[in-house]
Design a binder for this molecule. Sequence first.
Ligand SMILES: Nc1nc2c(c(=O)[nH]1)N[C@H]1C(S)=C(S)[C@@H](COP(=O)(O)O)O[C@H]1N2
Ligand SMILES: [Mo]
Length: 317
Amino acid sequence: MQNKFKSIPVKSSEITPYSQYLSRREFLKAAGILTGSAVLAACAPKVTESTAPTDEAALPSKFYELGDPATSYEDITNYNNFYEFSTNKEAVAPLSENFTTEPWTIEVYGLVKRPKKYGIEDLLSKFTQEERIYRLRCVEAWSMVIPWSGFPLASLLNEVQPTSNAQYVRFETVYRPEEMQGQGSVFYPWPYQEGLRLDEAMNDLTILATGLYGLPMPNQNGAPIRLVVPWKYGFKSIKSIVKIELVEERPQTLWNTVGPSEYGFYSNVNPERPHPRWSQASERRIGELSRRPTLMFNGYAEQVAHLYEGMDLNLHY
Ligand SMILES: Nc1nc2c(c(=O)[nH]1)N[C@H]1C(S)=C(S)[C@@H](COP(=O)(O)O)O[C@H]1N2
Ligand SMILES: [Mo]
């Protein structure tokens, strides 16, 4: 049984509306868990054991991921990596404000029995949207907890029916340099591409996310639809997807092309394998002051470690 805990699938009718998240924030503030507004969090005193509520059971457990509350909406939507717009995390939100996400089509093709082009509205109505609260661990050693809504990638793949030759899934972000000024940069091979092994893509933790905090996906987070693979470094979770191709050979990925020794194809979160330029043993949770240890597979080992049995994770990084 995989995915018994640590992610919380619910019916779309049960996706927490943003208003409820807000009242929850007020509740947590009153309980002494959140100190001040998210924007001021860096200046706020560290919450210690003594100020944290003793009666944790009183808090609604669905808002937690491995015991941690979700990062604030403000932080999730104003501290972004989305190089198509900017390499400056704070500049992504303003620069993506006028990005066009309607109409939006995703083409699913390659080694499949039923290739198909889906409008985003088809995907939203066809697949039950679930809420999944996941950690996101960036390779740069910061992390967040994000309440996504979306659906398992496996649901879509089962519909198009990969053929027996299909071994990998290749994803591609929209190429629209007139709207995405960062795509003018000659330092990166646009469009952004990513890839997963087919069994990784079929794992229940892997979702296509269409929203967060019960709201439609903000442009800066990869509207209208992006991948989320919570046990891998954040750059695997490709944004604003227009193509999903089933292929036989391992696909090229943007970061592996740019820095093969720094960014491997697998890029599973692994505290024991340092990045060549920094340690991956700990991370800075956005909104918190002190660092915390990074967990193997970002805390999802129980659900995914079996995918890598017998593999040397230092070799296959
Ligand atoms: N197309 C595209 N997808 C992308 C990126 C990007 O620059 N372009 N950045 C990645 C990185 S490095 C991270 S950490 C996450 C950040 O997601 P968030 O801004 O929603 O937190 O998106 C990933 N997906
Ligand atoms: Mo990242």
